[in-house]
Design a protein around this ligand. Structure first.
Ligand code: GLN
Length: 242
């Protein structure tokens, strides 16, 4: 009798452990509205709904964790995360470290200034202070095209989050921010900032997994197709972008 109880407890323990082991850890950087942000203590936004819908159709259990954008790829490569969804652009450099799903969104870069400032696109030239989020494509673009070329003679100021960059812009500590166009539009609708220019970069967002985890890439791509076909993605676009 005792033995049977022991055996049953063991089986329950093992099964329980397996169930826990099956939950995939999804990393994001929740400062990127309308893709991912925090509202009433919850992770919300297009990406958050999308990854939950993917998990639903693929029968996966997920747990979402928040970290700074530039920690996401190292954490994924180190095995602390299984999936990253963070409005992340598919770039050749990143493809050397992780594998991406099919693209699910496209974006360019926008230049944002304070609403009350006289600045225009020339804010990127000369002795100015330009804010970016560390490790983003906006960061790289400014470094490569403005800083390294001597067009920007002031400073490139890097922030952990766009929310911090927006606060510093409002406080006049920087003159402009370069960030993804859909997110710039959302900030411009909610804060006293305006967009003075678009840099056409034609970026595609993808969902990242550990490099070579083709099985998970296939699962995610298949789920994306299903969600497209059933109209669920259209529904999420309506919900987050009207
Ligand atoms: N799409 C940009 C990138 O991949 C910015 C993403 C973000 O800040 N969450 O670098």
């Amino acid at each position: 009798m005792k033995r049977t109880i022991l055996l049953i407890s063991l089986v329950i323990l093992v099964l329980g452990g397996m169930a826990i082991g099956r939950a995939l850890t999804v990393g994001t950087s929740a400062d990127f509205p309308p893709f991912e942000y925090v509202e009433d203590g919850e992770f919300v936004g297009f990406d958050m709904d999308l990854i939950r819908a993917i998990a639903d159709v693929a029968g996966l259990e997920i747990e979402i964790v928040d970290m700074s954008f530039d920690s996401l790829i190292p954490a994924l490569a180190a095995g602390q995360l299984d999936i990253v969804i963070a409005g992340m652009t598919i770039t050749e450099d990143r493809q050397r470290a992780v594998s991406f799903s099919d693209p699910y969104w496209t974006a360019d870069q926008s230049v944002v200034v304070r609403e009350d400032s006289e600045e225009n696109l020339t804010v990127l030239f000369g002795n100015k202070r330009i804010g970016v989020q560390t490790g983003t494509t906006g960061d790289l673009w400014v470094e490569e095209n403005l800083l390294n070329t001597g067009i920007l003679t002031g400073r490139l100021v890097r922030y952990d989050t766009f929310v911090m960059a927006m606060t510093d812009l409002a406080n006049r500590n920087i003159d402009a921010i370069v960030l993804d166009s859909p997110v710039a539009e959302r900030f411009a609708a909610q804060r006293p900032v305006r967009i003075v220019g678009i840099i056409v970069t034609g970026e595609n967002y993808g969902i990242a997994v550990r490099r070579g985890n083709q099985e998970l890439v296939d699962t995610i791509n298949e789920a994306l197709r299903t969600l497209e076909d059933t109209g669920k993605i259209g529904e999420l676009v309506e919900k987050h972008f009207q």
